[in-house]
Design a protein. Structure first.
Length: 274
């Protein structure tokens, strides 16, 4: 009757056992299973050690975008991934993203696979496809809303994968409080998507909402920014038309601010009508 060799070199033991016609097949299968279990433990250990080292090099990610719907700040996926990608790739990690249906028409599942070549771990998050603002007003097309949901999902998955901390991120709004961080200063030369915070070169005209407690400056600043990036006079006129009701109220209540706004966008109007 055969006995299992006392050896840590499962590969060589299996080779010798496979060449021995008298070796018990059940014992050979157990040897193979033991080898696979040993390799899995080693791979898991290496994965966890590399992940721990990568996390140790990752500092708090600062926020860089405003969510106009919740009046909160967060770090965009571009900011987050841009800061941590050099770190996680230097430790042998790669990330692949994909999407899956959830069975719900207004939901999409974003899936992220974190791998180091030996181990692959799956992360997932279900994201709503939201086309309307807080007051039920249409804000985005379904295509735009889907891309926005995917971007938010990818950001959430990377936060989970590496246990990241976001500086003053309150995109969900602080529970039970009235926390309202001041908006970060931005150059008028830089345009951000109003829903994802990503830097873009164009935003389709839409009606900007005024929320309770919001100042007129918080309405005018983004509107002025969008209008200064208009590419046609038709687009310029559409921004004015969609936001006409609030502009009338602004003119009635804050005439000086309205005149300043008019002066700031006048040059752009002249440029587009030449």
């Amino acid at each position: 009757m055969n006995t299992l060799p006392a050896s840590s070199d499962y590969h060589s033991v299996i080779e010798r056992a496979a060449m021995d016609p008298n070796f018990d097949v059940d014992k050979l299968e157990r040897l193979v299973a033991m080898q696979e279990a040993s390799q899995q433990r080693s791979a898991d250990q290496q994965f966890n050690e590399a992940l721990s080292k990568a996390e140790a090099e990752m500092s708090t990610i600062s926020t860089n975008a405003n969510n106009p719907q919740t009046r909160s700040r967060y770090a965009t996926f571009a900011r987050l991934d841009g800061e941590i990608r050099p770190i996680y790739t230097s430790h042998g990690f790669g990330i692949q993203f994909n999407t899956e249906p959830t069975g719900e028409p207004n939901m999409i599942r974003v899936v992220g696979m974190l791998s180091n070549g030996m181990i692959q771990r799956r992360f997932q998050v279900d994201m709503p496809i939201v086309t309307q603002g807080l007051r039920g007003q249409d804000m985005m097309t379904r295509t735009h809303a889907t891309i926005s949901a995917i971007s938010y999902g990818k950001r959430a998955l990377e936060i989970m994968m590496f246990n990241l901390a976001i500086g003053d991120d309150d995109d969900g709004n602080r529970a039970g409080g009235s926390y309202r961080p001041a908006p970060a200063p931005r150059s008028m030369d830089e345009l951000h998507d109003p829903h994802t915070g990503e830097v873009v070169d164009h935003v389709d005209p839409f009606a900007i909402e005024m929320h309770e407690g919001q100042t007129w400056a918080e309405f005018i600043e983004p509107l002025q920014r969008y209008m200064l990036h208009c590419k046609t006079i038709t687009e310029w006129d559409e921004w004015m038309s969609l936001n006409g009701a609030l502009l009338v109220k602004l003119k009635e209540t804050k005439p000086q601010l309205f005149r300043l706004f008019e002066r700031n966008i006048e040059a752009k109007h002249e440029e587009l009508t030449k």
